[in-house]
Write a protein that binds this ligand. Structure first.
Ligand SMILES: CC(C)(COP(=O)(O)OP(=O)(O)OC[C@H]1O[C@@H](n2cnc3c(N)ncnc32)[C@H](O)[C@@H]1OP(=O)(O)O)[C@@H](O)C(=O)NCCC(=O)NCCS
Length: 185
């Protein structure tokens, strides 16, 4: 008989609880995905209809742990969703994956992404046993570059026209962090 899936791991930090997405998180994520500034460097166009976010959240609830997993970033006290983190493009047998993150614009610049992404990296190198993490970042995305560099990610170069969003080609920098090179926090 097939084994039942393992429960979605819950990751905790001083101010946050990273947990599985629920359908009720749609309105909170719509605040992020309908915001042109937050979506400026995202891999999808700005959401203009709630149904776009409903579909996205549905895909975040399902996961294939060997390939991708999404966490709702929630306030530890209220459990209100204020963003997301993920690993995706996972090649778990090759021990590598890419990471993604977004924090609600009204909650940015408070160190919350630092907490959430720190917990995600701990999980990827720890429980998941990965060796290499990647982040694909627009050269103009100063906040994301600062965040990645804070954790020791280094740029390996620019991938020209790596992403197609709507009618637009976007180039991205590939950043990487090896488990063996991870700075002591
Ligand atoms: C990237 C993002 C998650 C950062 O979230 P945040 O909660 O504001 O980040 P933090 O407060 O933890 O700050 C992390 C670091 O980035 C720096 N930073 C934040 N915004 C910055 C900006 N606009 N320019 C330069 N540095 C910035 C902070 O100073 C901090 O570094 P420090 O601790 O050395 O001072 C957030 O800006 C976001 O959601 N952006 C939109 C989605 C996105 O582009 N995601 C990444 C796709 S690759």
């Amino acid at each position: 008989m097939a084994k039942p899936p393992l429960p979605h791991p819950i990751l905790t930090t001083p101010r946050l609880r990273l947990r599985q997405f629920r359908a009720e998180d749609t309105a909170a994520m719509y605040e992020c995905f309908s915001n042109p500034e937050a979506m400026r460097f995202w891999n999808q166009p700005v959401h203009t209809r709630l149904i776009d976010t409903e579909r996205a959240v549905r895909s975040f609830i399902d996961c294939t742990p060997s390939y991708y997993r999404y966490w709702a970033v929630a306030d530890a006290g209220s459990d209100r969703c204020i963003g997301m983190v993920s690993y995706h493009d996972g090649h778990i047998r090759s021990k590598r994956a890419s990471i993604g993150y977004m924090i609600d614009p009204s909650r940015q610049n408070q160190g919350l992404a630092t907490e959430a992404v720190g917990a995600l990296i701990d999980y990827c190198f720890g429980a998941l046993g990965l060796h290499r993490l990647q982040a694909f970042i627009d050269p103009d995305n100063q906040a994301s570059r600062a965040l990645a560099e804070k954790f020791g990610f280094r740029s390996e170069g620019l991938l020209l026209d790596h992403l197609r969003v709507g009618d637009e080609w976007r180039s991205e920098m590939v950043y990487a962090l090896l488990e063996t090179e991870r700075p002591q926090q």
